[in-house]
Design a protein around this ligand. Structure first.
Ligand code: SF4
Length: 504
């Protein structure tokens, strides 16, 4: 039965995780050309571009968060869907074993990571039948950072800075603008959004996510929705949120809107936000062998052009070079906008580690140290470990804990993405610490800055949630919250809110 099916699905997963489709590359190239050289957005885009090339060249995960694998499958009548589901599960487990997917499936009751990306609800597989002979499989890998910025509106509603959104396309437009604004850089902008008008709460989100399977350069067949998409794309980048929320000219690279019928009483607008690391690819399979007969979104006979045509991220000489442990004086000298090159030891820590540190002593010395919000992909390598992917995760989740953790352990620098809130900003001032933004999704770029993984603590939390010990060299980050009460994130949010208000 379909002897090549497993290999085809495995190849699809690996390709999706490691090589961005040409339409996304083209949109990111445009984003690179419109940002003035030397800006924080331009620097971030250079790192992103370098990362995309590194991932494709070495077949490494573009971003360490390989997301929730979501398969949309068109199968001929009579195809054995249960058998195909079994092989897809095997391919997912194999891709995880090879480090192409991060173990991302967590038991919601016990917190235990299954370790192979399998478990109730993981992966997501939707089958539909069609009267054609071939099998078509599309795969979307959408990470947690951007998933957390999805939003659903029950219209009519009052929107901050935009006023009332009514039950018409102008109300939908307002919801979309608000969705992009509230995401700021937390979903690793520039993003692409799928939108559903109508449906119920569940079908609305599903249909919104399905819009992400459209190509970025297509035109909506419904003229009214095509006009809405064009109108959003014509104005949304004036918000000035920019790459990673650093400010800049490109906030969104795509807006795709669909519609479902609704109940008379309900009018939902559901928005699925995907990040710049917009991973979706598809294959067409022979119905008798399961071998790949064609690709969707990409043409293997035309290899993608490199994103970087010059040197990539280079030093300007203005960077501040710091080696941990870092002193308070070194931290107090930093201000928002400084680029820092970090050296020495840092430790990863995200949700489970923060919750643990609130109640326990640290298993390592954190005084003067650097805490990295990162859930890496790490493989066992003999007696040691090999870093496969190591970009930052969204920091705002740690807002309830971060200030207390900084004060309790004397941490001097926290690295993450998307910024943090008022409580952390106050702790940075009080304790003499700093928040440093790494570039979201740049997992291959940062993995190359990790020279050694000398150990790990709290591995019982699972690979992404463990406290990894990393020795790094020239790890580039940008100061976006300093010890003097300044926050680039707060500044951009306030400024973009003013711009949003005039889009009413
Ligand atoms: S690029 Fe950012 S939002 Fe996207 S999957 Fe990676 S960390 Fe998450």
């Amino acid at each position: 039965m379909l002897p090549n099916f497993f290999d085809s699905v495995l190849e699809l997963i690996i390709r999706t995780s490691t090589d961005l489709a040409p339409d996304v590359r083209a949109a990111m190239k445009v984003a690179m050309t419109v940002e003035p050289a030397g800006t924080q957005a331009a620097q971030a885009l250079t790192i992103i571009a370098e990362n995309i090339d590194q991932a494709a060249a070495d077949e490494g995960a573009i971003c360490q968060d390989t997301g929730m694998p979501t398969f949309e499958i068109m199968a001929p009548i009579g195809a054995n869907q249960a058998w195909m589901t079994g092989r897809i599960h095997e391919a997912i487990a194999e891709a995880t074993r090879r480090g192409k997917l991060r173990p991302n499936s967590v038991d919601s009751i016990t917190g235990k990571n299954s370790g192979n990306n399998l478990g109730p609800g993981t992966p997501v597989i939707h089958f539909e039948q069609w009267e054609r002979p071939e099998i078509e499989i599309r795969l979307l890998l959408k990470g947690g950072g951007c998933e957390n910025t999805n939003i659903q509106y029950a219209v009519p509603c009052e929107l901050p800075h935009l006023g009332r959104a009514d039950r018409n396309l102008d109300g939908v437009r307002k919801c979309i603008l608000h969705a992009v604004w509230q995401a700021q850089g937390k979903g690793c902008s520039p993003g692409a959004i799928g939108v559903c008008i109508g449906g119920d709460r569940a079908s609305g989100y599903l249909h919104a996510k399905r819009q992400l399977f459209r190509t970025l350069d297509d035109v909506n067949p419904d003229p009214a929705l095509a006009r809405l998409e064009a109108e959003v794309m014509g104005t949304v980048n004036d918000l000035g949120i920019g790459t990673m929320g650093f400010g800049g000219r490109t906030t969104l690279i795509g807006c795709k809107v669909g519609a479902l019928n609704r109940l008379p009483a309900c009018y939902f607008v559901s928005v699925a936000y995907d990040c710049w690391c917009f991973r979706r690819v598809g294959v067409v399979l022979d119905k008798t062998t399961g071998a790949i007969t064609g690709w969707l979104y990409r043409d293997p006979s035309h290899p993608a052009l490199p994103m970087i045509d010059q040197a990539g991220f280079t030093r300007t000489g203005r960077e501040v070079v710091l080696t941990s442990p870092i002193t308070e004086a070194e931290i107090r000298a930093l201000k928002v906008g400084d680029v820092v090159l970090l050296n020495g030891r840092m430790y990863t820590g995200r949700d489970s580690v923060h919750a643990y540190l609130m109640k326990h002593d640290a298993p390592v010395e954190l005084n003067g140290g650097v805490l990295y919000h990162c859930g890496p992909v790490v493989l066992k390598d003999g007696d040691g470990w090999k870093m496969m992917a190591a970009g930052p995760t969204t920091s705002i989740r740690e807002e309830p804990y971060q200030g207390d953790v900084i004060r309790k352990f004397g941490i001097r620098a926290v690295i993450g993405k998307g910024g943090m809130g008022a409580k952390t900003l106050q702790a940075l001032q009080d304790a003499g610490a700093v928040y440093l933004s790494a570039i979201g999704g740049a997992a291959q770029f940062y993995a190359r800055c990790v020279k050694k993984v000398p150990g790990v603590s709290l591995l019982e939390f699972g690979v992404p949630e463990a406290l990894w010990h990393l020795d790094v060299a020239d790890f580039p980050v940008i100061v976006t919250m300093d010890s003097h009460g300044n926050s680039l994130h707060k500044e951009i949010e306030t400024e973009s809110a003013k711009r949003l208000a005039v889009m009413d």
